[in-house]
Design a protein around this ligand. Sequence first.
Ligand SMILES: [Zn+2]
Length: 337
Amino acid sequence: MNPFAPARDFLDLTLQGLSPAHAQWQTPALQAHWLGHGLLELTPHAANLQQEHILLSTGVHGNETAPIEILNSIVGDLLSGALPLACRILVVLGNIPAMQSGKRFVDYDMNRLFDGAHAKQPEAQEARRAVELEQAASAFFAVTPATTPRRHYDLHTAIRGSVFERFAIYPFIHDRAHNREQLAWLLGADVDTVLLHSKPAATYSYYTSERCGADAFTLELGKARPFGQNDLSRFAGIDRALRELLAGQCAVAANPDISAVRLFKAKYDIVKHSGDFVLHLADDVENFTALPHGMTIAEDVEVRYVADGGEERILFPNPKVGIGLRAGIVIEPATLD
Ligand SMILES: [Zn+2]
């Protein structure tokens, strides 16, 4: 029986704005609970209390379709029994109106609206959804036993190409230590480049990291393309790693070798202070492009950003942002403490 009829599957149902006939149902392997549009909690009947609780989110940017299709396919296989489920999970499809219209967002970039930032954009429909997604995450982890690991992977694809095709953003974790087992898991998912963020951010992964105590990551898994136009073979690593994780078949050694992880940290933000702001990089410059020593990266009325040392790289360059906002991040190599 298809619980999502008359739609084909979870994604179809969500895109059509429908709800399943019943909010809760069972399969031989698991209990499913539809918590709201694009919010599906799955709990195995034979749950091991020590198995991690995992939040998987995607579509926070509506046009980043490949991870949406991957997650939808995983949900289908869990519900059909084709893929066993060993741990409690919450699957989140973030910005549904933006997904319906094939856009990054409708009113405001949702991944700038978490951890309370939604209060500053009360008119944006994304602000209301960010509140719902915060509440869904908090409620999900509120029943997680204190000793059970909490994970959150927020799956994205990027606007532009990247010198390092797949990368993770590790939110700023204040006084906590970086989790080496998680970096090893990312390596196994073919995500070999990690940016260690150095300050709080209004992203979904910062929210769950800081407010829910999760090991949380924003994963950039390739380039954004419309539904149906993705080469899903380029996403095989994350697909396989997620399936093994959910099935309880993922074994990461304690104190693993993570020397193959390329680590960076944010050095400073390039800020657009005025309408005279000029970014001296090509429109299609890729993320992680190296910035030769002495190069003028950007100029504004009273500021000149000059590359220093030869090891810096550019991340998320975007001269079209509003005045006062970040037009790019200058990053540099990092090591774990
Ligand atoms: Zn995104």
